[in-house]
Design a protein around this ligand. Structure first.
Ligand code: ADE
Length: 229
């Protein structure tokens, strides 16, 4: 899978993309990252990418030409997602992560400042995505969040596919939180690992884990109980 990112902070983005599982996926050639700086598509001495909004008001707006030129320089296949990260977008979730993970190529455009010139949306953006109802100063961390959750679903990145198949939200039918887990020691400060997990009975363990998933979802995220994948 090829993932492109348009950002006026290419160093920040390159650092995020080289860390942990993303760095491993890159090294294993399971993904190919490309970061493009819109400043490389400016013509003035200051490499200006932003300006004041027409009509006044505070804040700076990312200009259309450097962003649109940066996206067009990638020459992405027709129909490949070009996603603008902004608090106005549709909320990112695991279903969206799976859809993006099935693409051969996709592009994230990181917004900044007060927003982007509307012509960016009109000319190159195919959808707008938010990571939650809060405002960041820019889309770089949001892109990192989305890319991390997409790439862990690609091919054999995790080494053990089962690991992502049992993640919270990963079931084909339900939208449940993952169960609780324990590892050594069996007893810690008077808290014991449930006996069933030590029993070796796979069917009973599976049942216990399903109950644990339901219990955690009821307690922590009851809003998910009626949600279907
Ligand atoms: N840029 C600024 N805030 C954002 C958010 N909540 N999600 C995605 N991109 C953003």
């Amino acid at each position: 899978m090829k993932i492109n990112v348009i950002s006026i902070f290419p160093d920040v983005m390159e650092t995020i993309l080289s860390m942990g599982m993303l760095g491993v996926a890159d090294k294993k050639a399971l993904v190919e990252f490309k970061v493009v700086d819109p400043r490389d598509f400016t013509e003035d001495r200051h490499r200006t990418v932003d300006d004041e909004p027409y009509g006044g008001g505070g804040g700076m707006i990312l200009m259309a030409p450097p962003i649109v030129d940066a996206v067009e320089s990638l020459d992405v296949a027709k129909g490949s997602p070009v996603v603008l990260l902004s608090p106005a977008g549709r909320q990112f979730d695991q279903v969206m992560a799976k859809r993006f993970a099935s693409e051969l190529e996709m592009t994230f455009v990181c917004g900044r400042y007060k927003g982007v010139d509307e012509r960016v949306r009109e000319l190159v953006i195919t959808e707008e995505v938010s990571i939650g109802d809060f405002v960041l100063s820019g889309g770089e961390l949001a892109a990192g969040v989305c890319i991390e959750s997409i790439v862990r679903l690609v091919g054999d990145v995790l080494g053990n596919q089962e690991t992502s198949e049992t993640d919270s939200f990963a079931s084909k039918r339900d939208y449940l939180l993952d169960c609780t887990y324990y590892t050594r020691p069996v007893e810690y400060r008077g808290h014991r690992v449930p006996d069933v997990l030590l029993s070796g009975h796979h069917k009973e363990i599976e049942n216990w884990r399903h109950e644990s998933s339901l219990d955690r979802t009821r307690r922590l995220r009851p809003d998910l109980l009626n949600k279907k994948n």
